[in-house]
Design a binder for this molecule. Structure first.
Ligand SMILES: NC(=O)c1ccc[n+]([C@@H]2O[C@H](COP(=O)([O-])OP(=O)(O)OC[C@H]3O[C@@H](n4cnc5c(N)ncnc54)[C@H](O)[C@@H]3O)[C@@H](O)[C@H]2O)c1
Ligand SMILES: N[C@H](CO)Cc1c[nH]c[nH+]1
Ligand SMILES: [Zn+2]
Length: 440
């Protein structure tokens, strides 16, 4: 892991360090574009072929039904079932609290405006399953979808070696009341949900994280469907001072590094000593990790920055806009107001990022690659549309009418003006007897 001194970094070097561009991005785009076009053209047959090519599985059918899911779920160990139940309850509590009704506002006398939420009717959820199957992502996506009231929830996850899925994912399906899981992974899953095939229903919005193929496909189908955000390879940035524990920092960095070789784990510390001790700890902890080869590659693509103080560290973090930000310092309270860009934040030395990945209740589907500058993570809101309403009484139309007429005239849109004028004239009594205002 390379170490940089913040004060020696030029603006362009900071930009380079914060960019997550990878050399073969163009190649991935070309491949994904081919996959999308093939699914559009060949439908289900393309999905069988891609499962064979990429997942090394010859599928008999493209989904597991409720009975099959129940049978697989029955093999889950008792402690895992209990852990999933606990995580689900916390995620449900937190996401339920996000459902809010808004007040109606009278912007001027007789002019009433408000917003109401409606669930997106058909949503597609992608659950990663390449290097690791992530049932936690199933909970993170389906729980808010159900709370929001989405009617049709289509779930895709790559098939595993036996042409099925594992007991944890199947148990989540049973727990959540999802009766079908499509065994489709990668860009082809995104294409299937975006355009529909004979077997896979077309949806209005696609959610979920994934590798570069999945994320690139999501960005490419956006002229057809909505997406939650680009949620690609996991990343973490840890800000640490001398009150931090290097063993904890190393563990947190490795936790995200083990997701994939293109993950990033960045340390920004105010103490050289802490950086050196953390690097040593990374070596020690890496040695005993089953996924050490993956994590070691991700760590090699990562770096540490030595900042002069915590404010400077925050400045770097805001430019990097990490998916996960850990404030490994006893001073975390004073840093909270300085956070501008981050997906999810972990405060103090006893809040490991893993709790957010699984069970604290916050959502782990979060923007990566700097998209935390503009996007939020998945929430119940993401499954809702906000529809605005307005209702004018006769008094309201009298109060606002002139304003609209003048603005319509300024834009040269006479018909717009007339839609108001015709009512004002009507109201003034020209051509008809004046009636009582029943809406006032
Ligand atoms: N940002 C977030 O919120 C978040 C949350 C969880 C996981 N993640 C990230 O999700 C990713 C999961 O990646 P994964 O690979 O384990 O699973 P995945 O399910 O995203 O991808 C597996 C699929 O990729 C496709 N694929 C693999 N190699 C291919 C190739 N050469 N050409 C075309 N398609 C190919 C296959 O179809 C396979 O089914 C990780 O990078 C992890 O860090 C991010
Ligand atoms: N850290 C991932 C988000 O980047 C989420 C996850 C799922 N399982 C473990 N971790
Ligand atoms: Zn994780």
């Amino acid at each position: 892991m390379k170490i940089y001194g913040y004060k020696d970094l030029s603006k362009s070097k900071i930009e380079e360090l914060c960019s997550r561009q990878i050399e073969d991005d163009k190649l991935v785009e070309e491949r994904v574009s081919d996959i999308i076009n093939t699914v559009k053209k060949d439908g289900d047959q393309a999905l069988f072929n891609f499962a064979k090519a990429f997942d090394k599985v010859e599928l008999e059918k493209l989904f597991l039904d409720a009975e099959e899911l129940k049978q697989i779920a029955a093999t889950i160990p008792a402690d895992a079932k209990k852990a999933i139940d606990t995580a689900y309850q916390n995620i449900k509590n937190f996401h339920q609290s996000q459902l809010k009704t808004e007040d109606k506002i009278e912007t001027m006398p007789g002019v009433l405006c408000w917003r109401e939420s409606r669930a997106i009717e058909k949503v597609g959820l992608y659950i990663p399953g390449g290097t690791a199957v992530l049932p936690s992502t199933f909970l993170m996506l389906a729980t808010p979808a159900i709370i929001a009231g989405c009617k049709e929830i289509v779930v895709c996850s790559p098939p595993q070696g036996d042409g099925k899925t594992n007991c944890y994912l199947a148990y989540c399906a049973v727990l959540l009341g999802i009766e079908k899981v499509f065994l489709i992974g990668g860009a082809q899953a995104v294409a299937a949900m975006a355009f529909g095939t004979k077997t896979v229903p077309q949806v209005y919005k696609i959610f979920g994280p994934g590798n570069r193929y999945v994320t690139t496909a999501k960005t490419m189908v956006q002229n057809k469907v909505a997406i939650d955000m680009p949620a690609g390879p996991s990343e973490v940035l840890v800000i640490a001072d001398e009150t931090a524990n290097p063993s904890f920092i190393a563990a947190d960095l490795l936790a995200q590094a083990e997701h994939g070789t293109d993950s990033q784990a960045i340390l920004v510390a105010t103490s050289k000593e802490i950086i050196n001790q953390t690097l040593k700890e990374i070596e020690n902890q890496l040695a005993i990790l089953p996924r050490k080869d993956i994590a070691a590659k991700a760590i090699a693509n990562s770096y540490a920055v030595l900042a002069e103080n915590l404010e400077q560290a925050m400045q770097f973090s805001n430019e990097y806009a990490p998916e996960h930000l850990i404030l490994a310092t006893e001073q975390f309270q004073s840093l909270i107001p300085l956070i501008i860009n981050a997906g999810s934040v972990f405060l103090g030395n006893f809040t490991p990022e893993s709790v957010g990945d699984y069970a604290s209740g916050t959502n782990h589907t979060l923007p990566t690659s700097g998209f935390a500058k503009a996007y939020s993570g998945v929430s119940t809101d993401a499954f809702l549309k906000k529809i605005t309403f307005q209702q004018l009484s006769r008094e309201g139309l009298n109060n606002i009418g002139k304003t609209v007429e003048i603005l319509a005239e300024a834009e040269g849109l006479e018909a717009h003006k007339n839609a108001v004028s015709i009512r004002l004239i009507f109201e003034s009594g020209v051509g008809r007897p004046k009636t009582e205002d029943k809406t006032a």
